[in-house]
Design a protein around this ligand. Structure first.
Ligand SMILES: Cc1cc2nc3c(=O)[nH]c(=O)nc-3n(C[C@H](O)[C@H](O)[C@H](O)COP(=O)(O)O)c2cc1C
Length: 375
């Protein structure tokens, strides 16, 4: 399974794990894969703490960081990063409040609301070009960070130049071959081709169609990782057959012992079916594939307010989400997951997942060899 990108980055197997949870990043990296910390919602200070912790656990192995650099964002929101609340229209606040009140979801206790709100606002402030740049600067002070990936657009030219000068691989997420071509032209070295079935912000084209399109557009020598719907070793074999140099998984890690989700949230993930992973704008203002719930659906109904631009919708939504989790209301719980959530049914360790993926990959390769020999 060791491909050119493993040699370039210094990992053993091309299994890339996207996670907001530092424990998952550490476990995957220690098991020979490449953990990538989703840092988009961290403040620079939080990121520094997380990276120091990861450095102390991975024994010198390389890992990555993922930031969100949106190509479109609310410029006023960026200017008033400390006071995003003020920019959310009263109508939107009232809509969310009425919904939660009618469902009997209690308000957050005093102090808790302010804490969560502060965290959310700080986090949302990192999802702007300047905010993401602050995260990149923190990541660059950690030499074991060997790759930085940007979501929602290629990094600006000065960031690309800086990363290259430091020998850090510059990656970007794409949902269309034309995006990948533009990102390459902007100096991006590695492309994560993410199909529509993926959890999180996602486009319209499936992984099976997108990956060969991107590989054809860029050539086999450009490292492309297949993302979206991958939870099994047979799918890794398929991704490599399509021309990818590795796989990038997100949903898979949510059910692990190390994941950031609590027991109530994991149960909601284990119960979700492929068809429950729908694309909705309620969470960030852009389409995110996530578990369908009464909360996500209320925003789709006639009479609901129009979605707010990033990052304002996220500020409004995340506070409501915190209330839902606190109240343990599965019927209102929407968290980003891909269609492959149907394969995440029980808690396992990240290490066991890594072993399973590699065993299944070998089985799939044996099956293919047998098939070819029979023919
Ligand atoms: C909970 C969750 C949050 C995500 N947040 C981000 C993010 O902040 N940045 C990003 O580049 N991708 C994000 N993604 C997408 C992943 O990077 C990855 O492409 C996707 O999970 C792959 O598809 P899969 O979910 O079917 O494994 C997220 C995915 C999940 C499940």
């Amino acid at each position: 399974m060791r491909t050119a990108i493993c040699k370039r980055l210094g990992c053993d197997v091309p299994i890339f794990a996207f996670s907001h949870c530092r424990d998952v990043v550490v476990e995957v990296t220690r098991a020979g894969g490449f953990g990538v910390l989703g840092a988009a919602t961290f403040s620079p200070e939080q990121l520094e703490t997380e990276l120091r912790w990861i450095d102390s656990k991975v024994g010198g192995k390389p890992y990555g960081v993922d930031v969100i650099i949106p190509s479109t964002y609310d410029a006023e929101a960026e200017r008033s990063a400390g006071d995003l609340d003020r920019l959310i229209p009263a109508e939107h606040k009232a809509f969310m409040e009425k919904l939660l009140a009618e469902e009997g979801v209690p308000a957050l206790p005093p102090g808790e609301r302010e804490r969560i709100h502060r965290e959310i606002v700080e986090g949302r402030g990192s999802m702007t070009p300047d905010g993401a740049r602050r995260l990149v600067d923190v990541a660059l002070t950690h030499p074991q960070v060997r790759m930085i990936v940007s979501a929602l657009g290629a990094p600006p030219p000065e960031v690309v130049a800086l990363l290259k000068a430091r020998g850090v691989v510059v990656g970007a997420m794409c949902g269309k071959a034309s995006h990948a071509v533009r990102q390459r032209a902007a100096g991006v070295e590695l492309i994560v081709a993410q199909g529509t079935e993926a959890g999180g912000h996602t486009g319209d084209i499936s992984t099976l169609v997108l990956v060969p399109q991107v590989v054809a557009a860029l050539g086999l020598e450009v490292p492309v990782l297949a993302a979206g719907g991958i939870t099994k070793g047979s799918q890794i074999a398929a991704a490599l057959a399509l021309g990818a140099q590795g796989v990038w998984c997100g949903t898979l890690w949510l059910g692990t012992r190390e994941s950031e989700l609590d027991a109530f949230e994991k149960e909601a993930v284990f119960a979700a079916r492929a068809e429950d992973a729908v694309r909705r704008r309620a969470r960030t203002g852009k389409t995110v594939r996530m578990i369908r719930s009464k909360l996500s659906e209320a925003w789709e109904k006639p009479g609901a307010p129009a979605y707010l631009p990033t990052p304002l919708q996220g500020v409004l939504y995340n506070e409501a989400h915190a209330r839902v989790v606190r109240a343990k209301r599965a019927d209102l719980y929407s968290f980003p997951v891909g269609q492959s959530v149907c394969d995440v049914n029980e808690e396992t360790s990240t290490r066991d997942v890594m072993v399973r993926l590699q065993t299944e990959y070998l089985d799939a390769m044996d099956r293919l060899t047998t098939l070819a020999a029979e023919g």
